[in-house]
Structure formats: structure tokens, C-alpha cells
Design a protein around this ligand. Structure first.
Ligand code: BG6
Length: 499
């Protein structure tokens, strides 16, 4: 059932959303605020309803109170509209369910029976992946699903290739792939989608986007925060599984993929899979040279002292888990052969910063001041956060009579916040929830993507385990172990720091 939106005339699809883990961190911090924003923007159908499911025994009124409190904390005051909050809360119901026991699931079927007309059920599993199989089976057993039902699952999908296969099998026994939406929230970020527009709508970049014109690519995803009370989860994962296997590899895919034939989900995802298959595996001799694992020690964040990873609450003081990883990898195909991709990501870095830097090659023949030679290459900087923007660094003549033909590096700069001051940049989850409602899968990760990404990471993790070396230390509030700087300087390059 569809309806025109209040503001844009676009179509809104009517769905019922069953949200498992409705009192959890993800739901309270991200999903309810995102749903509220969709409602505020007029993008939720009037009849759309949300059923919260959690193990805690609370009343529907207490549940709505909690959601309201979450909105008050998470949504900016000037975006909280009392009328919309009221309308939004009225969409919510709640049931207490033991996710592993079949008997509680009849509540979902009964809730569905109260729906107006026939509309798809979207099941959002904001719970640990170990529960996905049970929940899907019980949903099916209780007769709550039909041919239109969709499921949304969150990362991490498993711990390695084998565990991800068994999770995907369990979900796949109930939902066909065309109705499975695997979230990687980086794909919902505005600038990440802009990468697709930038690459495939601008012939200027389209023709230059290969090893003839690009010398190397850098991706930095730095976080200021530490483990944030998630030591138990994080210590079993580490930064490679937590960030590289999904977010960074998805960015690599979008940068490196060939143009898809169209914007259909499978056309895009087929191209991404080709990139994952072409990722160069790490050999033993590359491990010492091209990969750096780090773990933060005590240091400072925003001027205040913070504990080291091994001193965090609940820590196993012998842990070798990495909180930082830097690596040099390559996409071994015609387009990218010989172009290093330098990736780095870590917790407790000096700032929250996610950016991609495309370094173009220098001119084949250089005619300006020899001492300015290092300036002489264009860079395209794609900033995901904190502020979204795209900047192309170009060289122009420095102005002034005394400057002769001295060069100056300057930006052609598109800062989304100042270029489109009225446009609110939506949170990644708003975009992703909207796409699920519309039944569009192009921003979601297909099963084979997850599995190829695991395959590549598993080989690296296996090699680390064989070596059993402790990670290198770096003080909280620094840019990671010194070795990660040496890793790139050994190639005569440096991490881009100038924005
Ligand atoms: C999550 C990781 O997927 O991404 C977290 O599990 C990490 O450890 C988070 O903090 C980072 O997301 P963002 O959008 O803040 O860069």
C-alpha cells in the first residue's frame, strides 16, 4: 500500500515493523531517532506501526516513555516537534518475548491481525547474531510471515567465514536472499552514496579512475572513543573484524568497483563482489611490512586522562586483541594493478575522522620550481565525518608580483553543510530504514559479499594467530603505532593530514 508524502510527493510504503531488541542500545540510540525523523519528514505512511520486542517485562506505556526519553536525548531540540513525537509514539506497541521460546511469537501474529489491509512485515533483528536462527524459525513457525516479509540483520554476521555461513544459512532457511537486508551502516552515510554519484556521473573522474592516473588511495577511519563498555564483545572481535571486514572493505569496493550497468541492487553488488575477489591475499613476508596491529595504552582524550585497553573495565590484562590496524593492500585487476590502498582504523585516536583520499599521479614532465615538486599532484578528498564534504586539491599560480610562477595548492571545495545549508544530512539509519521500507536492496550487503570479505580477513587473522605476536602499543590520543607511519613512509608517502 503506498501513499504520497506530505512534503516531496515521493511514495511512502506502508509496512509493519517488528523490532527485536527494542530496548537495546542500537534501537534506542539509532533506530527510534531515525524512525522519528522519517515521520517528521513525512516519509512514514500514516498507517505504519512498530512493535517493540524485548525480553524485559515492562508495560507498553513504560516502553513509550523510554522511547520518548531516547528521542529527547538523541534528537536535536529544534528538530523535536511535540505533535510529531505524539504521532510517532502512538505508532508503537510492545511485547515481552523470550526470543528463544516458540510460544511468545503468537503475539506477533495477533498484532499483525490488527493491521489495516495487507502490508509487508519488516522484521528488524537488533540483537546478537547468535539469535537470528531461532528468531527466524519461530517467526515462521508462528505463522507471522508471508511472501512479502523482509528481515533486516546487523553486523557482525559471524566471527569468521564458517560462522557467517551458518548464520546466513539459518536466516536463508526462512527468508530468500531477495528479502534479506544486511546492514552496513557506512553504506547509508550521505557521502558514501555520493561516491557513486561522483564516480559515475562525472566523466572528469570516470576517465581518470584507474592505475594510469591514480598513484595510491588512502582510507582512514579514526575514532576518538575507546571500547565504551563493550569489552566482552570487542575483545573477541578486534578492529579487523569490527571495522575492516565490513566498513572499510565496503569503502574499498565503492572506490574500486567497475561501473555497474545500472543502479539495480544486483548490478552494483556484482561489481563489489568482483573487487572483494580481487583483493590481494597477504603472504607471510607481507605481514611484517604491510600490516601493523596496535593496542592503545593510557593517554589523553580531549585533554583528560583515559585508561589503556588492558585497564578498561572487564579487561583480560593479557589480551592481544588489536584496537588499531593499518595495512597496505591492492586490488589485483586491470584497473588497479600496482595501486596501493592504504587503510587504517583505530580506537582512541586524536579525533573522529573518516576520509578517503585519492592521490592522482604527477604530470609526466614537470616544469615548475624543483623545490615545489612534491606539491605537484591532485588529490581528491572525500570526507565522511565529522563534516561531510568533497574537496579536490588543484594547483594554481600563487598571486602577487613577487611570486613568479610559484605554485599554490588550493581546494575546489564542496562542503555539504555550507553548500546546502538548509538540507539536513540524514543519519545513515534513516536512509537505510527508508530503503528497507521501499524494498530496495542496493545499500545492503549481499551474502556473497559478506563471505568473500570474511575469506580475505580469515587468512590474515590465521596468519596473525600463527605468529602470536603482541600488538604494538600506542598512547590513547595518538595516530596509532609509529610503525603505521613507517609503513607508508617506506613507500615515500605519508598519511594525508591537511584538510
Ligand atoms: C560499528 C562498530 O560498526 O561502527 C563500532 O562496531 C564503531 O565499534 C562504529 O564505533 C563506528 O561507526 P561510526 O558511524 O560512528 O563511524
Amino acid at each position: 500500500m503506498t501513499q504520497r508524502t506530505r512534503s516531496t510527493g515521493a511514495e511512502r510504503t506502508d509496512i509493519d515493523l517488528a523490532l527485536f531488541g527494542a530496548l537495546g542500545d542500537l534501537s534506542q540510540r539509532k533506530l527510534f531517532p531515525a524512525l522519528y525523523q522519517l515521520d517528521r519528514e513525512g516519509l512514514l505512511h500514516d498507517d505504519t506501526r512498530v512493535l517493540g520486542l524485548a525480553r524485559q517485562d515492562i508495560s507498553a506505556t513504560d516502553f513509550r516513555d523510554r522511547v520518548e526519553a531516547a528521542l529527547k536525548t538523541r534528537v536535536k531540540a529544534d528538530e523535536l516537534d511535540a505533535k510529531v513525537v505524539k504521532r510517532f509514539l502512538a505508532r508503537l506497541s510492545f511485547v515481552t518475548v523470550d526470543f528463544t521460546a516458540a510460544d511468545g511469537y503468537s503475539a506477533i501474529r495477533e498484532w499483525r491481525e490488527g493491521a489495516k489491509g495487507s502490508r509487508p512485515l519488516v522484521v528488524y533483528l537488533a540483537v546478537g547474531a547468535s539469535l537470528y536462527g531461532d528468531i527466524c524459525r519461530h517467526l515462521q513457525g508462528s505463522g507471522s510471515l508471508d511472501e512479502q516479509s523482509r528481515v533486516v540483520v546487523e553486523k557482525p554476521i559471524g566471527y569468521d567465514l564458517e560462522s557467517s555461513k551458518s548464520i546466513n544459512d539459518a536466516v536463508g532457511d526462512v527468508f530468500p536472499e531477495s528479502r534479506v537486508y544486511r546492514i552496513d551502516h557506512y553504506l547509508g552515510k550521505e557521502t558514501v552514496q555520493n561516491l557513486i554519484a561522483l564516480r559515475f556521473a562525472n566523466p572528469l573522474f570516470g576517465t581518470q579512475w584507474n592505475q594510469n592516473h591514480i598513484s595510491h588511495v588512502e582510507i582512514t577511519v579514526a575514532e576518538k572513543v575507546g571500547i565504551e563498555g563493550r569489552w566482552g564483545y570487542f575483545d573477541n572481535a578486534g578492529q579487523l573484524r569490527d571495522m575492516v571486514q565490513n566498513h572499510l572493505l565496503q569503502l574499498v569496493c565503492l572506490i574500486a568497483m567497475d561501473p555497474p550497468a545500472n543502479l539495480d541492487a544486483d548490478a552494483i553488488r556484482d561489481e563489489k563482489v568482483k573487487v572483494l575477489k580481487a583483493l590481494k591475499p597477504f603472504t607471510d613476508d607481507m605481514l611484517g611490512r604491510d600490516v601493523v596491529r596496535g593496542q592503545y595504552t593510557a593517554g589523553t582524550t580531549d585533554g583528560a586522562g583515559v585508561p589503556g585497553y588492558l585497564d578498561e573495565e572487564g579487561a583480560n590484562t593479557q589480551s592481544h586483541t588489536e584496537t588499531f590496524v593499518a595495512m597496505k593492500t591492492e586490488v589485483s585487476n586491470w584497473r588497479w594493478a600496482g595501486v596501493p590502498f592504504y587503510l587504517r582504523t583505530g580506537k582512541r585516536m586524536p579525533e573522529k575522522l573518516s576520509q578517503i583520499v585519492i592521490h592522482f599521479r604527477q604530470q609526466p614532465h614537470y616544469i615548475f620550481d624543483p623545490d615545489q615538486r612534491s606539491l605537484a599532484a591532485n588529490k581528491l578528498i572525500i570526507r565522511l565525518q565529522p563534516e561531510e564534504g568533497i574537496r579536490l586539491e588543484v594547483l594554481t599560480k600563487d598571486s602577487g608580483l613577487d611570486k613568479g610562477m610559484r605554485l599554490r595548492r588550493g581546494p575546489l571545495h564542496l562542503d555539504f553543510n555550507s553548500a546546502f545549508p538548509k538540507a539536513r544530512i540524514p543519519d545513515a539509519y534513516e536512509r537505510l530504514l527508508l530503503e528497507v521500507m521501499k524494498g530496495q536492496q542496493y545499500l545492503f550487503v549481499r551474502r556473497d559479499e559478506v563471505e568473500h570479505a570474511w575469506q580475505w580477513c580469515d587468512a590474515l587473522i590465521g596468519a596473525w594467530e600463527d605468529r602470536d605476536e603482541p600488538p604494538r602499543r600506542y598512547p590513547a590520543g595518538s595516530w596509532g603505532p609509529v610503525a603505521s607511519i613507517a609503513m607508508i613512509t617506506q613507500d615515500g608517502r605519508s598519511w594525508y593530514e591537511d584538510y
